[in-house]
Design a protein around this ligand. Structure first.
Ligand code: BES
Ligand code: ZN
Length: 870
C-alpha cells in the first residue's frame, strides 16, 4: 500500500451499500448507518475505506453468522479509515456495518446546507428555508458516509432517508416505500440503483416542490421526468422539461441503449458550487441553468440551459453507465459530454446553429492552449487535488474540440457506431481512454489511437502554413502555435478535411508527409473545412486571395478567419492595420450572431489594448463598426417581421427564425455601440428601454448593460434594487453583473463589498472575475481581492478560486500585473495551480500586446481612423 498511499487497496471490494441517513436541518447535522456488502479477495485483518469529517461511532464486520467488532483508525491526510479486526477475514463475502455522525457544512460539497428565502405571495412575509444537498464529485461522498470512494468500486446503492413528514425528498431512484416512524418523521426508502460509482450518489431534502412527472417514451417504456424547484418557480420549469424530453429521446437513439435509470429528476439548488452535476436520475443544477422563462430570456441564456441539461443527460450513459477507472480519464467524460451537448442541442433547435457558437468555445481553448503553461489534456492523476485541477477549459473545450475533429474526420455514422459499440461493451463497467479508441478503430479501420494519443498526451496545437508548391501540389508546414515570435516545428498527425475546389473535399491524415498531390490545379485551399479542426491555418498571400474570392465561406469559416487573425495580432505577427481592415470589412456585411460575438470581442479587446491615451480613438473605431451595422440590422428586422421595430417589440413572435437571429445580432451591436463605443444616441435609447419589460428580452438585456456602463448614482441604485427583486434567476444574474459594469470607482467599490457579504458564494467569485476584468477599474478590483484574500478564500468554494482569478487575463497595466504575479506566488490556492500559471502567462501576453499597441498608436495615431469611411 505504501507505494500508492492515495489509493485504496483492492483486497476488499464492495458491491452493495444499504445506507440510512437521518439529517437534522435545524441542527445542521446528520446521523447514519451503512451496511456494505463486500467480497474479500485476499485474506486480511484490515479493511481500508474512505471517510472524512465523520465521527465513526462503531464498526463491525460480519462473516457468515459471526460478527467482529473492529477498531477504527482515521488517517485525515489520506481521508481514509482503517478497520482493524481481531482475526483474519477469509476470502469470500462479508458485511461491514458502520454508524457515524457528521455536520451539514457550508462549503457546497459533500453533504451540505443550502438556504433560500421565500416570500409568501399572500402575506408578503419572508421565510428562510434550509435544504440538505449532496455534491460528491470528485471525492466527497466520503464526507457523507464511509465508502470506497474511487470510481472503479462500483456498487448498488439502497438509500433510506429519515426526515420530517412534511419535507420533500429526492434521490437517485424512485421512492419505494414510506413508513411513519412515530416522532413526526417518515422513513423513505428508495429503489436500488444500478451498479455505479460513489461520486454519482445524490439526495436532496427540504421544502421543495416538483412538477407533475412527464412520461417520456423510452425504449424500455415510459421514463418519468420532473423538475424539482424551490417554491414559487413552477412557471419556470416548462423549458427544461421540453429540453430534457427531447434530450432523452435523442440519446436513446444515438447511443442505441435505453436510459439506465428508473426516472429523471432535474433539481434546482439555490447554492451550488458547479454548474450542474450528473447524479444518475437526480441531476442537480444551479438555478440559473435550469429555471427559465423563455419569453423573458436571451437566446444565449436559453441555449445555456439547453446545453447544460443535454450535457448532464449525455453523462447518464457516458460517465454513469460506463465510467472512467480513475480520474485521469475525467477529461474524456467531460469532453465527450461537452461534444454531445452540442449534438443534442443542435437536434433540439437546429435554427440556433450551435456548431457555430461552439466556435467561441474552441477559440477560448486555442487561447489557453497557445500558452507555454498549457498542459496535455490527459495526464497522470495521483491525488484528489490533481483531479480537481483537471476541470478546466482544456478538459472541456479542447477535449470536446478534438473529439469533434475526430468525428468529422471519421464521419458521423462511423463515429456513432463506435460510441454505441463502446457503451454496449462496457455497460456497468469502467474503462481507460484507449478502450474508446479501440472501439472506434474497429468501426472505422483508421489508426484512431495513434492519432488521438498525440492530441491528448501533448499540450499545444499546430498552425498549418499552406502554400502552392507547383501546379498540382500544395505544401503544408506545421509549427506549434505560440504567442511568441516563432513556434517550434512540432508535428501532430492531423486528421484534416480540405476543400480544394474541383478535386472536392479531401480527407487527409497530415502526418509524415508535408505535401499533398492533387488531380487538378486547386482553385483555392480551404484547409479546415467547417472550422472543425483543432489547428490554425495560415495561407500564403495568393491562396488567401483565392479563398476570399471564391466568395462564400460559411459562418464558422468567417469566424475562424477573425479568430486566427486576432491570435496573430496578439502574437505580434499581424499588423494592427490588417486587424482594423478586417474588422471594418467584416462588419459591413456580417449578420451571424456568433461571428458578431467574435468581432465584438476583438473590438472590445482593442479598446482595452489601446489604453487611456488612445481610448477615444479606439472607441471611435468601434462606433464606426457598430453603429452603421446596428442600423442595418434594425432595418433587416423590420423587413423580416413587417413591423416597425424601433421599440424592439418584434411583436410578430412567429416572424420566423431569421428575425430571432437578427434580434440577437441587434443585442450584440447595441451593447457594443452603447457600452464599448460610448455612442451617445445608443446610450439615450438604452435609458428609454432598460426598465421596459415589454421590449424584446435580448434588447432589454443589452440596454441594461449599456446603462450600467455609464450609470448615475440613481440608476445604479435602480439596478441594485432590481437585482434584489429579480423575478427570475437570469434577471438576478443580469442585474448583478450590471453592478460591476459601472465606470464609477465608488459604485464599483460598493459592488465589490457586496461580493464579500450579500452575494451568494456560488456567484461572488464570478462577479469578482468580471470586476478584475473590468477595462479600466480592473486594478481596483485586484487590490480589493488581494486585501481581503483570507476572508474571500475562506468564504468561497475552493473550486471557484482559479475561476475568480481568470479575471487577471484582462489586465494591461504592467505594474498591476507584476503585483498580481508576486501576490499569487506568495498565496497559493488549494487546487488549480496550473490554471493560475496559465492566467498569469496570458496576462503577460495582454500586457505585451497593450505595450505594442500603445507604442504604435503613439507613432501613428491614424491607424485606427484610416479605415473609417471605407
Ligand atoms: N461533472 C461535472 C460537474 C463537476 C465538475 C463536478 C467538477 C465536480 C467537479 C458536470 O457534468 C459538468 O460538467 N458541469 C459543468 C456544466 C457543464 C454544462 C459544462 C459545470 O459545472 O461547470
Ligand atoms: Zn460534465
Amino acid at each position: 500500500m505504501s507505494d500508492r498511499p492515495h489509493r485504496l487497496p483492492d483486497d476488499v471490494v464492495p458491491h452493495r451499500y444499504d445506507l440510512v441517513l437521518e439529517p437534522d436541518l435545524q441542527q445542521a447535522s446528520f446521523d447514519g448507518t451503512v451496511t456494505i456488502s463486500v467480497q474479500v479477495q485476499r485474506a486480511t485483518d484490515q479493511v481500508v475505506l474512505h471517510a472524512l469529517d465523520l465521527e465513526i461511532d462503531g464498526a463491525t464486520v460480519r462473516v457468515g453468522d459471526q460478527e467482529h467488532t473492529a477498531t477504527v483508525g482515521l488517517d485525515a491526510e489520506h481521508e481514509m479509515a482503517t478497520l482493524s479486526l481481531p482475526s483474519v477475514l477469509p476470502v469470500g463475502p462479508a458485511e461491514l456495518r458502520l454508524s457515524f455522525r457528521g455536520v451539514l457544512n457550508d462549503q457546497l460539497l459533500g453533504f451540505y446546507r443550502s438556504t433560500f428565502t421565500s416570500v409568501d405571495p399572500a402575506t408578503g412575509d419572508a421565510t428562510e428555508s434550509t435544504l440538505a444537498v449532496t455534491q460528491f464529485e470528485s471525492t466527497h461522498a466520503r464526507r457523507a458516509f464511509p465508502c470506497f470512494d474511487e470510481p472503479a468500486f462500483k456498487a448498488v446503492f439502497a438509500v433510506t432517508l429519515v426526515v420530517p413528514r412534511d419535507q420533500f425528498v429526492v434521490a437517485n431512484t424512485a421512492e419505494l416505500e414510506r413508513t411513519d416512524v412515530g416522532d413526526g418523521r417518515v422513513r423513505v426508502q428508495f429503489a436500488d440503483t444500478i451498479s455505479m460509482s460513489t461520486y454519482l450518489v445524490a439526495f436532496v431534502i427540504g421544502p421543495l416542490e416538483a412538477t407533475e412527472p412527464r412520461m417520456v417514451e423510452g425504449i424500455d417504456g415510459p421514463i418519468p421526468l420532473r423538475v424539482v424547484y424551490p417554491p414559487g418557480n413552477a412557471h419556470l420549469c416548462g423549458f427544461a422539461l421540453d429540453v430534457a424530453e427531447a434530450g432523452l429521446r435523442f440519446y436513446e437513439e444515438y447511443y442505441g441503449l435505453p436510459y439506465p435509470g428508473d426516472k429523471v429528476d432535474l433539481v434546482a439548488v439555490p447554492d451550488f458550487a458547479f454548474g450542474a452535476m450528473e447524479n444518475l436520475g437526480c441531476i442537480t443544477f444551479r438555478e440559473v441553468l435550469l429555471l427559465v422563462d423563455p419569453e423573458r430570456s436571451t437566446q444565449p441564456e436559453l441555449q445555456r440551459v439547453a446545453d447544460v441539461i443535454n450535457h448532464e443527460l449525455a453523462h447518464m450513459w457516458f460517465g454513469d453507465l460506463v465510467t472512467m477507472s480513475w480520474w485521469n480519464g475525467i477529461w474524456l467524460n467531460e469532453a465527450f459530454a461537452t461534444f454531445m451537448e452540442v449534438m443534442a442541442t443542435d437536434a433540439f433547435r437546429p435554427d440556433w446553429d450551435v456548431w457555430t457558437t461552439f466556435g467561441l468555445a474552441r477559440a477560448a481553448a486555442f487561447d489557453t492552449d497557445t500558452l507555454h503553461a498549457t498542459r496535455p489534456i490527459e495526464y497522470e492523476v495521483v491525488t484528489a487535488a490533481d483531479a480537481e485541477g483537471m476541470f478546466d477549459i482544456l478538459t472541456y473545450e479542447k477535449g470536446a474540440s478534438v473529439v469533434r475533429m475526430l468525428e468529422q474526420y471519421l464521419g458521423p455514422k462511423v463515429f456513432r457506431d463506435g460510441i454505441a459499440a463502446y457503451l454496449r461493451r462496457h455497460a456497468y463497467g469502467n474503462t481507460e481512454t484507449a478502450d474508446l479508441w479501440v472501439a472506434l478503430e474497429e468501426t472505422s479501420g483508421e489508426p484512431v489511437r495513434r492519432i488521438m494519443d498525440s492530441w491528448i498526451f501533448r499540450g499545444g496545437h499546430p498552425v498549418v502554413r499552406v502554400e502552392r508548391v507547383d501546379e498540382h501540389t500544395i505544401g503544408l508546414a506545421q509549427t506549434r502555435a505560440s504567442y511568441d515570435d516563432a513556434g517550434d516545428s512540432e508535428r501532430w498527425p492531423i486528421p484534416m478535411v480540405l476543400d480544394v475546389g474541383s478535386d472536392g473535399e479531401l480527407r487527409q491524415l497530415l502526418d509524415a508527409a508535408t505535401t499533398v498531390e492533387l488531380a487538378h490545379r486547386p482553385e483555392f485551399v480551404q484547409a479546415n473545412v467547417g472550422g472543425a479542426g483543432f489547428y490554425r491555418v495560415e495561407l500564403d498571400a495568393e491562396l488567401r486571395l483565392a479563398l476570399l474570392e471564391r466568395g462564400d465561406p460559411g459562418p464558422l469559416e468567417r469566424f475562424v478567419l477573425i479568430d486566427d487573425t486576432w491570435a496573430g495580432y496578439l502574437a505580434g505577427r499581424v499588423e494592427l492595420a490588417e486587424v482594423v481592415e478586417l474588422l471594418v470589412g467584416a462588419s459591413a456585411t456580417e449578420l451571424d450572431p456568433s461571428v458578431w460575438r467574435r468581432l465584438a470581442g476583438a473590438c472590445r479587446e482593442l479598446v482595452r489594448l489601446s489604453g487611456p491615451d488612445h481610448a477615444a480613438a479606439a472607441r471611435g473605431l468601434v462606433a464606426s463598426v457598430a453603429v452603421p451595422a446596428l442600423a442595418r440590422v434594425e432595418t433587416a428586422i423590420d423587413a423580416a417581421t413587417g413591423t416597425a421595430g424601433v421599440d424592439g417589440s418584434g411583436s410578430d413572435r412567429h416572424g420566423a427564425d431569421r428575425s430571432e437571429r437578427l434580434r440577437e445580432v441587434r443585442g450584440v451591436l447595441f451593447a457594443l455601440a452603447g457600452a464599448d463605443a460610448a455612442d451617445a444616441a445608443t446610450r439615450r435609447r438604452a435609458r428609454e428601454l432598460f426598465q421596459d419589460s415589454t421590449v424584446d428580452a435580448t434588447l432589454q438585456a443589452a440596454a441594461i448593460g449599456v446603462v450600467a456602463a455609464s450609470a448615475t448614482a440613481e440608476e445604479h441604485a435602480v439596478l441594485e434594487a432590481a437585482w434584489r427583486d429579480a423575478a427570475t434567476p437570469q434577471d438576478e444574474l443580469r442585474y448583478l453583473n450590471a453592478l460591476v459594469d459601472t465606470d464609477d470607482p465608488d459604485r464599483f467599490t460598493h459592488t465589490l463589498e457586496l461580493s464579500a457579504t450579500e452575494v451568494r458564494t456560488q456567484n461572488a467569485p464570478y462577479l469578482l472575475r468580471r470586476a478584475i476584468d473590468h477595462p479600466t477599474l480592473g486594478p481596483v478590483a485586484w487590490d480589493f481581492v488581494a486585501d481581503r484574500w483570507d476572508e474571500l478564500t475562506e468564504r468561497f468554494p475552493s473550486n471557484s478560486l482559479p475561476r475568480m482569478l481568470e479575471g487577471v487575463r484582462g489586465l494591461t497595466d504592467a505594474s498591476t500585473a507584476a503585483a498580481v504575479t508576486t501576490f499569487l506566488a506568495e498565496h497559493p490556492t488549494p487546487s488549480g495551480a496550473t490554471q493560475i500559471t496559465q492566467h498569469l502567462e496570458r496576462m503577460e501576453v495582454e500586457v505585451r500586446a497593450a505595450g505594442r499597441t500603445r507604442d504604435e498608436l503613439d507613432r501613428s495615431p491614424d491607424v485606427l481612423g484610416a479605415a473609417r469611411g471605407s
